[in-house]
Design a protein around this ligand. Structure first.
Ligand SMILES: [Zn+2]
Length: 206
């Protein structure tokens, strides 16, 4: 993958407090700007359409290594149900596409210059990837992306998932997996209990 050709991380996935990319893994605290491994970002948003107001409930970045470790803590039942849920419900076929230029096209001297593909983040996150509900009408939703350094990797993610679809997902969790999520939340999020409750519904989605 040609790193330089990837789009810069769009505003929706920058750290909302600093306005720059997340630089630390939530779990192992590795420096994401220096790592060569990809990482995932999730941002949960509460939206008040009547007041045109949005607030970030929580947001974090987790490196691939830590995501793998976390996945291994989930029960086999949970993993199977989640895979099934995504296979049946996620709108893979309707995802926007974004492709890198291949090198041969770039070398076509004398022909029309090939414009680099435009990455429009809104196309990817304007409706729920599970139930198609438009973002403008939702009260709660999460945005997910995969990034590397200061670039975003447009493949399946970025996507948006509505609070309702997340409620369906969490129903699939076994007690063992819920217990793991509880412990994880207590360890990494020191926020108010309300925030913790919200986070507990959060399988790693990217
Ligand atoms: Zn990590």
């Amino acid at each position: 993958m040609n790193y330089e050709q990837l789009p810069d991380i769009p505003k929706d996935f920058l750290n909302s407090e600093t306005g720059v990319p997340f630089d630390k893994c939530l779990v192992c605290e590795c420096n994401l700007m220096e790592e060569t491994q990809p990482y995932s970002i999730e941002r949960a948003i509460r939206h008040y359409p009547e007041m045109k107001l949005k607030s970030v409930v929580f947001e974090y970045a987790i490196c691939s290594k830590c995501t793998k470790t976390m996945e291994s803590e989930l029960s086999d039942d949970t993993k199977m149900s989640m895979t099934k849920f995504f296979m049946e419900r996620f709108n893979y076929s309707e995802r926007p596409t974004w492709q890198l230029l291949d090198a041969s096209e770039e070398d076509n001297v004398g022909e029309e210059p090939v414009e680099p593909p435009v990455f429009d983040c809104n196309l990817w996150i304007d409706k729920c990837a599970i139930n198609e509900m438009p973002r403008t009408e939702l009260y709660e939703y999460s945005l997910c992306a995969r990034c590397i350094g200061s670039k975003i990797i447009p493949e399946v993610a970025p996507y948006m998932i509505s609070g309702l679809a997340q409620d369906e997902l969490i129903e699939l969790f076994s007690n063992k997996s819920l217990g793991f999520l509880d412990d994880f939340t207590d360890k990494h999020f020191s926020g108010p209990p309300e925030l913790k409750e919200l986070f507990k519904g959060r399988p790693m989605l990217v």
